[in-house]
Ligand binder design. Structure first.
Ligand SMILES: Cc1ncc(COP(=O)(O)O)c(C=O)c1O
Length: 378
């Protein structure tokens, strides 16, 4: 059997990783500024992470959600405290798409309505409802096409009001900061408008913090920069530092009922151990502050570079929009400087999503390489 060929791959085979570095099978060292799509939050092979997952595996690795799993409650309690959403409940699942799928479904169970508002350039995953809320026609299969998802231009308050006027809305789903869309930041007034329209029309405000959450932007959730509260918040990526885990934070007004949601693997012991390691480390190493400080440092160092059209960032979530396509720069960063970066749906935007405990010295290696390449003929 061969692999189903859906991924364009770099010719790299990593066999070891530590902190912000990876080593390939030729023992060549790479600097990771992308964390495999924003997943590596506390650094590769963090000692707390390795210890907690290993110790858990030596005790018990799996049983289904038909027995008590107290470590799930530990995760919920710690997550509630650190995120400021202490009175919310947690439903654990396995991925970002699954978290959004459950969020949209739960909203609809609650409101008994069908229509959902989503935004241009949005990415919410590849399962049925999540992909229908994603602004990329090429990944929506005919069976997932749905008129239950209404696309509204991002940051356009008038269009949002219109959509509420014309439809019975169950939910509005928006990323804390759009990631795949090129690090597009919602305006505070736009998030406030979503909140007030959802209240007025008894719709559910879903904030997808799958990429922008878990301290990436310097606050635990990106929408907390705007001081609005969402009714449902979805999480994944940084939550497990590479262990597949996702979750849905659910406001007290939602009524749980046995069988309403479910999963076989979600909330398993190992996923919980990984999640606890991440939360403990974020707290212990003060990573929200590091994300803020180093994000500002990176911005200051790059902001006047003539190759750059615009930098959109919050904490360590960066969209560096160049005046030209970013592919040649990305390729040279990789081939000449062994630095991994990301791209976005807009071809000129370079995405930088390093581990939250990256150091100044590590960022300096990127800044120096960027400046050399910016001066060269790309
Ligand atoms: C904002 C956002 N939501 C949802 C997803 C889907 O997550 P997953 O790939 O874990 O299903 C992603 C993945 O890139 C994402 O960036």
């Amino acid at each position: 059997m061969k692999l189903f060929d859906v991924y364009p791959l770099f010719d790299l085979n990593f066999i070891k990783a530590e902190g912000s570095y990876l080593w390939n099978d030729k023992n060549e060292k790479y600097l990771d500024l992308y964390g495999g799509h924003a997943v590596i939050s506390i650094g590769h092979s963090h000692p707390t992470y390795v210890q907690k997952v290993t110790e858990q595996l030596q005790k018990i690795g799996f049983y289904s959600n038909s027995v008590k799993i107290p470590i799930q409650e530990e995760v919920a309690e710690k997550l509630g405290k650190i995120s400021g959403y202490e009175d919310y409940s947690l439903f654990m699942c396995n991925s970002g798409a699954e978290a959004n799928e459950n969020a949209i479904k739960l909203a609809s169970f609650h409101t008994k309505k069908k229509k959902n508002i989503c935004f241009t350039k949005a990415f919410h995953g590849r399962t049925a409802a999540a992909v229908a809320a994603t602004d990329n026609k090429s990944i929506i299969a005919p069976t997932n096409e749905s008129d239950n998802f209404i696309f509204v231009p991002f940051n356009n308050t008038t269009a949002l009001e219109e959509a509420f006027k014309n439809h019975e809305i169950s939910s509005v789903i928006i990323e804390g900061i759009q990631g795949v869309g090129g690090v597009q930041i919602p305006e505070v007034s736009f998030l406030e408008k979503i909140r007030s329209l959802c209240d007025e029309h008894e719709a559910v405000f879903i904030c997808d913090e799958i990429q922008s959450g878990y301290g990436r932007t310097g606050k635990f959730f990106a929408h907390q920069h705007a001081q609005v509260q969402a009714d449902i918040i979805t999480i994944a990526k940084g939550m497990g530092n590479g262990f597949p885990v996702g979750g849905v934070l659910i406001a007290p007004k939602f009524q749980a009922k046995h069988g309403l949601l479910g999963t076989t693997f979600g909330g398993n012991y190992l996923a919980c151990a990984a999640s606890l390691a991440v939360l403990e480390t974020i707290e212990k190493e003060n990573l929200l502050q590091n994300a803020t400080d180093l994000g500002n440092y990176l911005y200051e160092e790059l902001k006047d570079d003539p190759l750059i059209y615009e930098i959109r960032y919050q904490g360590l979530m960066f969209g560096i929009e160049l005046k030209v396509s970013c592919a040649p720069l990305r390729n040279k960063l990789l081939s000449e400087f062994n630095i991994l970066t990301g791209n976005a749906s807009c071809p000129k935007t370079l995405r930088i999503l390093p581990a939250l405990n990256i150091t100044k010295i590590e960022l300096d290696a990127f800044i120096d390489a960027f400046k050399i390449l910016s001066k060269s003929n790309l």
